[in-house]
Design a protein around this ligand. Structure first.
Ligand code: PLP
Length: 393
């Protein structure tokens, strides 16, 4: 897909599928009308947007009119949290919301903003394997709780939260449940009714559509305050001329995903599992895999290499034209390692040696072999010059 460069960072973003690119290009060229215009150019653009709405809805077993298009996962997450909580704050209430400590920054920062604006926030801890128990949610709900927001799959470890069990609790307590499904869409079958959630965020660029388009699914009857006020597009929930090129791309990407997800998931999982066991064996069982024994999406590996800095390993792999991710390590310059792994109780040493490898539609067995061989060589080389490694041998 990308010449001699090898890409193993599909959780960060995916390339655009050529079939998606084809429909995008056609819309950009031929259907440039404003979907709100009543003439024939507008009507054909509007029809394409509505077709895409249906394609997105089908992938999550929802109805088309429950989909609100946004500019991506971050906006969908913000719309869910602020859309529920801001009107209550404006009425002088003091709502309480619950999130987990390992949510994406789009949730954590939105929750912090709401806290500063007068809401109270509970951040649920996770266990060492990245899991969260439904009982934790039950115990944290109070009379003032209005919303629980928990991701379906974690972006770093791939660990899946038991949303269906959690929704039984939130429903019985009259609390809304939002899930950030950005990393789960296309990797797990999603049925919003079975999950029992009220709001669900998704993003195009994790499923082979372009960046800058996403959606929020909203259960009928759930009322949200818009973030963007203006011309009243998207049923008044998201003003601004629709990104019709992006929306059509998202729709086609969802359609392709619905067709390919099962076979793609099995293929990728086989490659992922083989790579994990090959690396583990070759490096004498010294690697630490995070969340490995838990229910997780099929494409993700989160591991730590003891006595090695994840950034150094990433750089050595990058010099070989191999792209992996060190998670969100050192984003604040504190060199404490990934906040997700730290929240799982992983020591700062191991969190600093963490790496995320994420596979996808165009990952081949030959690429996995190349990654495995380079990875093993580089780790052995870094261990050979590590005083700590040699002292602890
Ligand atoms: N939520 C999760 C779990 C993510 O992994 C991401 C992106 O990495 C987002 C939200 C943000 O999505 P976007 O990049 O479309 O704003």
């Amino acid at each position: 897909m990308s010449g001699s460069r090898l890409y193993f960072d599909y959780n960060a973003t995916t390339p655009i599928d050529p079939e998606v690119l084809e429909v995008m290009t056609a819309v950009a060229r031929d259907d440039f009308g404003n979907p709100s215009s009543s003439h024939c150019f507008g009507r054909s653009a509007a029809a394409l947007v509505e077709k895409a709405r249906l394609q997105v809805a089908r992938l999550i077993h929802a109805a088309a009119d429950e989909i609100c298009f946004t500019a991506g996962g971050t906006e969908s997450d913000n719309l869910a949290l602020k859309g529920v909580v801001l009107p209550l704050l404006l009425r002088g209430e003091k709502p309480h919301i619950i999130v987990s400590a390992v949510e994406h920054p789009a949730i954590l920062a939105a929750a912090l903003f709401l806290e500063q604006a007068g809401a109270t926030v509970t951040r649920l801890p996770v266990a060492g394997d990245g899991t969260l128990k439904p009982e934790q949610v039950a115990a944290a709900i109070r009379d003032e709780t209005v919303l629980v927001s928990l991701m379906l799959a974690n972006n770093e470890t791939g660990v899946v939260f038991p949303l269906a069990e959690i929704s039984a609790i939130t429903k019985s307590r009259g609390v809304l449940l939002h899930t950030d499904a950005v990393q789960a869409l296309g990797k797990l079958p999603i049925d919003v009714s079975r999950l029992g959630v009220d709001l669900l965020s998704l993003s195009g660029h994790k499923i082979y559509a372009p960046k800058g388009v996403g959606a929020l699914w909203i259960r009928p009857g759930v009322r949200l305050e818009p973030l963007l006020h203006g011309g009243g597009q998207e049923s008044g929930l998201r003003s601004g001329t629709e990104n019709s090129v992006g929306i059509v791309a998202l729709g086609r990407a969802c359609e392709l995903m619905a067709e390919n997800m099962a076979t793609e998931g099995e293929r990728v999982q086989r490659l992922r599992d083989q790579l994990e066991s090959d690396l583990d064996r070759a490096l004498e069982h010294q690697l630490v895999f995070h969340g490995q024994r838990q229910s997780r999406v099929p494409n993700t590996i989160s591991l730590s290499v003891p006595y090695v800095d994840g950034e150094a390993l990433l750089t050595h792999l990058d010099l070989e034209n191999i792209a992996v991710s060190a998670g969100s390590a050192c984003s604040s310059g504190e060199h404490q390692g990934s906040p997700v792994l730290r929240a799982m109780g992983v020591s700062s040493d191991l969190a600093q040696g963490a790496l995320r490898i994420s596979l996808g539609r165009w990952t081949t067995a030959a690429e996995i072999d190349a990654l495995r061989d380079k990875f093993i060589t580089i780790v052995r080389r870094l261990w050979a010059i590590s005083p700590l490694y040699n002292k602890n041998r």
